[in-house]
Ligand binder design. Sequence first.
Ligand code: CP
Length: 306
Amino acid sequence: MQHLMSPLDLSVEELDKLLTLANDIENNPRKYAHACEGKKLATCFYEPSTRTRLSFEAAMLNLGGSILGFSSADSSSAAKGESVSDTIRVISCYADICAMRHPKEGAPLVASEKSAIPVINAGDGGHQHPTQTLTDLLTIRSLKGRLDNLKIGLCGDLKFGRTVHSLIHALIRYPDIQFTLISPEELRVPSYIREDVLRKNDVPFREVERLEDAMADLDILYMTRVQKERFFNEDDYVRMKDFYILNKKKMSLAKEDMIVMHPLPRVNEISVEVDDDPRAAYFRQAQYGVYVRMALILTLLEVDVC
Ligand code: CP
């Protein structure tokens, strides 16, 4: 039985197979419409979500399966003090596969150790968000035609942003990847990523504070939200929250074929005036999230569709 805790749980070859399956699902949805009949997905979300939870549920429904679960810790027996280990042992009696989001780093891993069904990490604190990474990789491969030879700007909260941490881990496995890390001093990428991931693997990167200084060179601009829920101090959040606002003027500095990605939700970091720019890919990215989660469910449940 296979779980998914990190994008690195999949080899590059396994990832390639998964993304190819996701593209086939996109092009032939009817072929997969009954693939998971009789199977159930549990979504155990101890932290708020729109895209991840609903795209998992849409994915299972698109595959002909059923869904059950909870959308907040308050509406589960976690509010009475139940551990994730006990919860997953019980959920294993009710469902065939579980997607779990938790504010504590490592909670889905703890659950997977006691689980009788595959567990998918749907985001654990500031740590990892592997299915967002799968979504991002499918978006990049589909829209840019490759996962190598790319100049990628990561902008915003690079300190707490789990989507950014997961994406860096995944992309450094491909040749000729260069990062521009765009953040205020207080929200720079953690030193373990700078030293143990980027420098250790000889991945070229530079750190800048001004978005304008990075735009012209990029193939992909990956914007992120400054996450209020990760700050201990309201004043720090207020000072940081509007540090970056991508608008038409800044987009005029970018290449014609650059794409703008964002895991969403956005707050102010991308002006709505950018939404109509053909380079804005963030809503298409959310759609790719459904296809890749369908592919992941099929893979972890070992369902073959001929
Ligand atoms: N991208 C993402 O994880 O969105 P949600 O928090 O809405 O699931």
